[in-house]
Design a binder for this molecule. Structure first.
Ligand SMILES: C[S@@+](CC[C@H](N)C(=O)[O-])C[C@H]1O[C@@H](n2cnc3c(N)ncnc32)[C@H](O)[C@@H]1O
Length: 274
């Protein structure tokens, strides 16, 4: 997860095999800590155009399949495909059902045919993709004319309290990097998909202490994977520094962790004359 408006930023991309392995390892713990992910995906479902009646949908970066099951309930006549880069996530999802097919694949190179789905739903997955332009171009390729891409992702401003606290301790990259909202706007605007809506909204979660937050990120599989991250265990002194630095953000509800969530709904133009 990095600011990757420029495709191919050398050395700054998280390794996809690491992303896949990290999420596969997290499959069993993910659902117990996915409060934000539930809230964001539910908000994204609410933004789907009312008239949409897909016959085939794709849940991209489907994780444990919570939203595949939600899509199956919304569109019981339709056939669903769940695609994820992490095999462990797909195995977990398959046991619980929702989609008709479970396919290992990368959002930047979708394992689907042209014009094969009417809806692509992707919640909190594409922030892991270095090349968002490729994600949009693949979405355009596999969508039917008139089909809809609904995505939720994270942008700059996310986990800033944690980032700033680490900055005060050692100045190293401890927190995943995110694209700017302006980059999402620019790339969506240039995508040959029609932008129906695109906006960012903050979600703030509160924790009793820093360890609760960092344990949760690990249980989600969403801890820092960026190149430049510090190797090995965090020493006691640096951890103590982090706890102290984060305390200056404390509020009556606890320690805040802010997520800046970008919601986008885009449509592939219908064929002329339709
Ligand atoms: C935070 S989870 C979200 C899961 C699910 N959408 C939800 O809202 O509960 C992110 C998921 O995206 C997947 N992912 C990350 N990079 C991906 C990529 N390039 N292509 C497909 N899936 C990817 C991860 O393996 C993980 O399952």
């Amino acid at each position: 997860m990095t600011d990757l408006s420029l495709p191919g930023l050398p050395g700054a991309l998280p390794d996809k095999r690491q992303v896949a392995a990290s999420f596969s390892r997290a499959a069993a713990s993910y659902d117990s800590v996915a409060e934000l992910q539930r809230a964001v995906g539910t908000a994204l479902l609410e933004q789907l155009p009312g008239a949409l009646e897909p016959q085939r949908w794709l849940d991209l970066g489907s994780g444990t399949g919570y939203f595949s099951r939600a899509l199956n309930s919304c569109f019981p006549q339709a056939a669903g495909v769940a695609v994820d880069i992490a095999e462990g996530m797909l195995e977990h999802a398959r046991e619980q059902g929702g989609a008709h097919h479970y396919v290992v694949g990368d959002a930047e190179r979708l394992p689907l045919r042209e014009a094969s789905v009417e809806l692509i739903f992707t919640s909190l997955a594409v922030q892991w993709c270095g090349d968002f332009r490729a994600v949009l171009s693949e979405a355009r390729r596999v969508l039917q004319p008139g089909g809809v891409l609904a995505f939720a992702s994270l942008c700059v401003g996310t986990l800033d309290e944690l980032r700033e606290s680490w900055q005060a301790v050692d100045g190293l990259v401890h927190v995943n990097r995110f694209r700017r909202l302006e980059d999402y706007q620019r790339l969506c605007g240039a995508s040959e998909l029609q932008v129906l809506s695109l906006q960012a909204r903050p979600h703030v979660l509160y924790y009793p202490d820093v360890r609760s937050l960092t344990h949760e990120l690990k249980a989600l599989g969403a801890h820092n994977l960026n190149p430049g991250r510090p190797a090995g265990l965090t020493g006691r002194a640096r951890m103590q520094g982090l706890l102290q630095a984060y305390e200056r953000f404390r509020q009556p509800q606890g320690l805040p962790a802010t997520y800046q969530v970008v919601y986008g709904v885009l449509q592939k133009p219908p064929v002329e004359g339709d």
